[in-house]
Design a protein around this ligand. Structure first.
Ligand SMILES: NC(=O)c1ccc[n+]([C@@H]2O[C@H](COP(=O)([O-])OP(=O)(O)OC[C@H]3O[C@@H](n4cnc5c(N)ncnc54)[C@H](O)[C@@H]3O)[C@@H](O)[C@H]2O)c1
Length: 363
């Protein structure tokens, strides 16, 4: 039965979790969320964020939260190594959106999904790029123009570069779990396919976790996907791009600006001519450029949280169901294994995993 405004908690209100609180406070103003609760083990952080966004209640311990509140939904934005423990406690009482990556290991991720299914929960993962309007527009283009015609994706490249976490902060694991997860998921989302093999090289620079990874994924239909994620960058550097080559077009997307360009080759071909004539012909490229309107309501995080609450209200499987989180996590883990082993690996799925990724979590 559809419920009215939902009672929602954000657990973990640090660097990223505070953005969920901000977005939920505006959803509360729209009546989608009726009560907003914050919970963080760091009292100072919890109090600050609660005050900033006028939270209705504050908790400092997730077990107190679940014991005293009849929650509808919870958003988990604690460090990755605690995703499993915190989500497990919450899934017994509420629908959950856990930040990416789904968990610190596939084993933990599998247990979370099995729990969600047993408890009849809506269970989403914070794959926020699925709600990036440029990603959604490219997905429509592929579905409407590329896949139905005699065209197909032949090559994909993604690159996500940033300065990395401050200090020696490693609670969110290395750059593969932290950043590569987003792009692997977008590629699965856009192509509708899961890669079969991976060959990767990660660099640690003497730290516990890798700070740079390059992975080459191969799909069954011979599509190649090269993924790069790196923290080996200065504090002012941030780049997040995707390129898809089909037989008929090249699509380039900037995640941050939510901008994409579709290039369909030269409309004017010349095989012989002066340098100026050749350049002029090159300028005649048939391109479509779209820079989407950047309003608060198409902030990907806003769309993601609103979608999660709607799915909870109407008992629907979210676009960012946790099973997609499992697929991305497995692809990332296999890339790290390939790097350690120094060889190409097949991404193999057991019967239980297949059953889990092929059917929705909520019946
Ligand atoms: N979707 C995205 O684009 C995106 C971006 C950044 C971070 N993240 C994810 O968000 C999560 C948090 O990352 P962050 O950078 O904000 O970390 P952070 O360390 O800044 O914040 C985590 C907060 O969780 C609190 N916390 C720790 N254990 C807790 C517990 N048991 N109960 C309640 N609170 C607890 C900490 O006190 C801290 O305030 C990570 O999983 C990260 O991967 C996602």
């Amino acid at each position: 039965m559809a419920r009215e405004g939902l009672k929602v908690a954000v657990v973990g209100t640090g660097r990223w979790g505070k953005n969920h609180v901000r977005v939920l406070s505006s959803l509360r103003n729209k009546g989608v969320c009726s009560e907003l609760i914050v919970c963080d083990v760091n009292k100072k952080i919890a109090n600050e964020i609660a005050e900033m966004y006028s939270a209705d209640k504050i908790y400092y311990d997730v077990s107190e939260l679940v014991a005293h509140e009849d929650l509808d939904c919870a958003i988990v934005a604690v460090p990755t190594i605690y995703h499993h423990k915190v989500s497990l406690a919450l899934l017994k009482r509420a629908d959950v959106l856990v930040e990416k990556p789904l968990a610190a290991s596939c084993e933990e991720g599998l247990e979370l999904i099995k729990t969600a299914r047993k408890e009849g929960r809506v269970f989403a993962v914070g794959h926020v790029e699925r709600f990036n309007s440029a990603v959604l527009a490219v997905r429509d283009y592929l579905r409407e123009k590329v896949f139905p015609s005699n065209d197909d994706i032949v090559f994909i490249f993604t690159q996500r570069i940033g300065p990395g976490p401050p200090g020696k902060h490693t609670l969110n694991l290395g750059v593969a779990h932290d950043l590569l997860t987003h792009d692997v998921d977008v590629v699965v989302f856009l192509s509708g396919k899961i890669p079969r093999y991976v060959t990767a090289r990660a660099i640690t620079d003497n730290s516990v976790y890798e700070n740079d990874i390059s992975a080459l994924y191969e799909f069954d239909n011979s599509t190649i996907y090269i993924a790069r994620a790196s923290w080996r960058a200065s504090s002012t550097f941030k780049k997040r791009v995707l390129m898809i080559q089909t037989k008929e077009s090249v699509i380039e997307l900037d995640y941050i600006l939510q901008k994409y360009v579709i290039e369909k080759g030269l409309s004017q071909h010349i095989s012989l001519g002066t340098f100026q004539e050749v350049i002029q012909a090159y300028r005649s490229k048939d391109t479509v450029t779209r820079e989407l309107m950047l309003t608060a309501e198409n902030e990907p995080l806003f769309v993601e949280d609103q979608h999660f609450l709607e799915c909870a209200k109407h008992r629907r499987e979210p676009l960012n169901s946790a099973r997609w989180g499992y697929i991305a996590l497995k692809c990332v883990e296999c890339a790290l294994q390939s790097s350690r082993a120094g060889e190409r690996l097949e991404i193999l799925w057991g019967d239980e995993e297949r059953a889990l990724i092929n059917s929705s979590i909520i019946e």
